[in-house]
Ligand binder design. Structure first.
Ligand SMILES: [Mg+2]
Length: 176
């Protein structure tokens, strides 16, 4: 069960700043694309908030890479738009593609935040390579194939049972 649990949960990937990373001894970010960086199926240009976030990482000297199970064409487009290396057809939760990308950044896995919206692909792959797994809320939770929605139900149950501490994620703590 430990392999399925993130180290932290956040609402949005844009909550990850160079200072946040430094506090945790992290030096790089490898992000999932769909429902983590952008809504599923969205095309560039990136929304202003995402573009600003990407610039802030660059300004802080933090490398960013994209590792996605999506098709190559889509990943190439977004990798160019976000000025980050991208890896498609990654077959997460299999660890090889993710491991190769982390090596390409020149960082040890333990120094990298691997960020995604799904336990059974993103978080599991992150834990298998020994990276710092961060789970974010999916940008569009309601959309998705019936299979994905079923898996989200299971993820919700597992998280409520094994990951009760929500930290920044906790909406009540934010007074909402
Ligand atoms: Mg995703």
């Amino acid at each position: 069960m430990k392999l399925l649990m993130p180290r932290e949960r956040l609402r949005r990937i844009t909550e990850i700043t160079p200072a946040w990373l430094a506090e945790r001894g992290l030096e790089g970010v490898v992000a999932d694309l769909d429902n983590t960086l952008v809504p599923y199926g969205a095309a560039p240009p990136p929304p202003a908030e995402l573009a600003a976030w990407r610039e802030a990482l660059a300004a802080g000297g933090v490398p960013l890479a994209i590792v996605s199970n999506a098709k190559p064409g889509r990943i190439r487009t977004w990798a160019a738009a976000l000025k980050a290396p991208g890896s498609s057809f990654a077959a997460k939760p299999l660890p090889w593609c993710l491991r190769r990308m982390i090596a390409r950044l020149g960082l040890a896995p333990a120094r990298v935040a691997v960020v995604g919206d799904q336990l059974f692909t993103d978080v599991l792959a992150a834990n298998l390579v020994g990276a710092y797994a961060v789970l974010v809320d999916p940008l569009e939770p309601k959309r998705g194939l019936p299979h994905t929605r079923w898996v989200r139900g299971l993820e919700g149950w597992l998280l409520s049972r094994y990951f009760p501490k929500k930290g920044v994620h906790d909406r009540k703590a934010e007074g909402r």
